[in-house]
Design a protein around this ligand. Sequence first.
Ligand code: GLN
Ligand code: ZN
Length: 756
Amino acid sequence: MLTSVVGYPRIGAERELKFASEKYFKGEIGEKELLSVAKDLRAEHICSQKNAGIDFITSNDFSFYDGLLDTAVLCGIVPGRYKELGLSEQDTYFAMARGYQGEKGDVKALAMKKWFNTNYHYIVPEVEDDTVLRLAGTKIFDEYQEAKENNIETKPVIVGAYTLLSLCRYTGSKRREDYLDAAIEAYKAILAGLETLGAKWIQFDEPALVRDLDDTDQVFLQKLYQGILTGKGNVRVLLQTYFGDVRDVYDTITKLDVDGIGLDFIEGKQTEVLIEKNGFPKDKLLFAGLVNGKNIWKNHYEKTLDVLEKLKAQGIDTVLSTSCSLLHVPYTLEAETKLAEEYKKHFAYAKEKLTELRTIANIAASGDRDAFEAYRENKELFEKGRDCEDKDVQKRLKAIREEDYTRLPERTEREQIQKEALKLPKFPTTTIGSFPQTKDVKKNRSSFRKGEISETEYKAFNREKIKRAIEWQESIGIDVLVHGEYERNDMVEYFGESLSGYLFTEKAWVQSYGTRCVKPPVIWGDVSRKKPITVEWSAYAQSLSDKPVKGMLTGPVTILNWSFPREDISIRESMTQIALAIRDEVLDLEKNGIRIIQIDEAALREKLPLRRSDWYSEYLDFAIPAFRLVHSGVKAETQIHTHMCYSEFTDIIPAIDNMDADVITFEASRSDLLILDALKKCNFETEAGPGVYDIHSPRVPSVEEIVTALRKMRDKVADEKLWVNPDCGLKTRGEEETRASLINLVHAAEQIRKEA
Ligand code: GLN
Ligand code: ZN
């Protein structure tokens, strides 16, 4: 049985690409050095797949920033404002991804969005009316060729035309339908180019096919592929889907002249049924995504083999595959030197998944499971189970009453009480929590971790930082202060460390966007709060100022969504356990004099089912109550904030209001404030701080620019409900640009107060 990998992580096991790119951005290394790091990584990645016995290895899954952006650039989708900078090809690319501010101009980055239901972000390509969509690059050819030079035949991948055209933003009057012919020609040219090089397969990633597709979508898809596939020549086409099932277009795609179809058996709830009911064409290979590309638990061989046997019984020619790209899991368990074997034996990262693929395929091919020690071992592992239950947690869960999900008094009544208690000016200014994580801040934490400095020294350093941050915020006139989050590495791991049931890894980095990686902890067992988490820092910060200092927590939905979840209990149950733990922290903060508490839900939307029909029943109906459970116990005068890292919630505004927070801050500057119309239309009740500038980029917004944004916001949000803040936390920014930006922000708020 053959095996296939949809895509491999590219940042490097030691995050080599991240570090090289960052050096390049700072001008510390040149393009040549950056390219050479990238080349080495690519070689290593395909070689380790080859060595593991993978048959279908992907090339061109490498990216300097994002695969969708790569595909857009390959197709000539580069907005004029970036071309006009007159930068090198590489730097034009980075300008689109990160913005550019320098001698040659000042241009913001393209928008960034979460890639389907993952924590990976893609860059949103922009199509202008005069964009000429055509084959305009060579990356896919170069990387295929490069692999070949390493004696490895690969299946180059690009984002398929349907997903590409569906995810683009159209800034003019044209729509995706207007690019049908051009896209067909471009993709045909790609096929032709690969044919010339002797490629045997190409993989078109089409995750957009697992969403709800209406008739127009289906017709568009069909036309697009019928056109593209006329240019197939000798290159075989794998239509790869993932993150769900293709129920709306199963019929359409199985009738296309493709040679392989990749289906997700992990997240695709209906995948098996679709195949059973409709059959699978004899002339195509089924790439069965049975090894989870998103989670770190070992595959349950028995279950997988059962499915493979069923497929075989149906006479289907099957290739065993990952369920999606391994981009979403860390590199290798080999790097986890501190994690006990007792835990490790339950896990498989990218490299171990390669072995799983090969092993399972071998067992399936032999037909005699028990002859394989690997099979017997795996079976035993799952039969034995894990030591992960906590009786107290389960008791507490059972004791939750319906009224624990509701905060009283109601919002309007609270609003008055809070206005009197907090005495904030109109258009209060605040930030989202973190301040720049400068070298010294990171050093302090890592020295403490390594035992190089004592706890007293560690704390003294952070206190000094907090003190300076408070003084500085007061001096420039910010109204609601933050302590700066100097004690945190990231917003989930930090909390997880004080929660029982959590496990931490050393090297389990996963790319989030560009050079940013996260290291999600693992939910191993039942969760509860071991001890107060943030209280000491927040209380200290508050003691330094008469202005309110926000307590800063991560909410249960985000903690869960940014962890590797358990597979043995439901997401709902895990989330409720975490909510109870964070509730304890909220009440402790309040007891210690914190008057405003922000509960970040940066990842609330992330696990929203991709199909609208599942949104409430399979997610929002428990995720929103879990958030309310966290704060329902506070006094009326305690103000609850929440924060989200995107403005993509036009369609779930009632659910957001239902979180019953008093204030919400969210990203808005990168998406043209479109969300505001929707808030107005829905009579959004929560006070709102739409971000007035983009923190993903080092550029400093001018006062004028912020004032303009605020004026637009005032048209849509009532003055009494409007807050002034950046898009997100400032941890990834430098100190200098942060200062300059926040000073401008305060000046802008002052000016708006005069206008109001
Ligand atoms: N409070 C966090 C911070 O400012 C929020 C981060 C986030 O939303 N990703 O860093
Ligand atoms: Zn954010």
